[in-house]
Design a protein around this ligand. Structure first.
Ligand SMILES: [Zn+2]
Length: 88
């Protein structure tokens, strides 16, 4: 194995918000993108995350939560938690 895999799926998920906000250091960002090239499950997670964040923002903007009913509750909770953690 010659592939350097500096981050795990867990780390990728932990840093997903920073990645999407463009707040990752260049080195870490490269590791992140390398991981996404080889890890299908993280690609799927990223897509679900972006969809959920978009839905969540829409719901917040409109003051209603009807739109987020299609989102798995566990994923919604994970995203809410990560948004809370980032407001440090
Ligand atoms: Zn992964």
């Amino acid at each position: 194995m010659t592939i350097e895999q500096d981050i795990t799926c867990r780390e990728l998920i932990d840093f997903l918000g920073d990645y999407l906000d463009g707040r990752l250091e260049p080195d870490r960002r490269r590791c992140f993108e390398d991981h996404l090239r080889v890890c299908r499950s993280c690609v799927d997670y990223l897509a679900a995350y972006q969809r959920t964040v978009a839905l969540g923002r829409e719901a917040l903007a409109s003051g209603a939560d009807a739109d987020v009913q299609d989102v798995p509750p566990a994923l919604l909770e994970a995203i809410k938690a990560s948004l809370r953690e980032r407001s440090d």
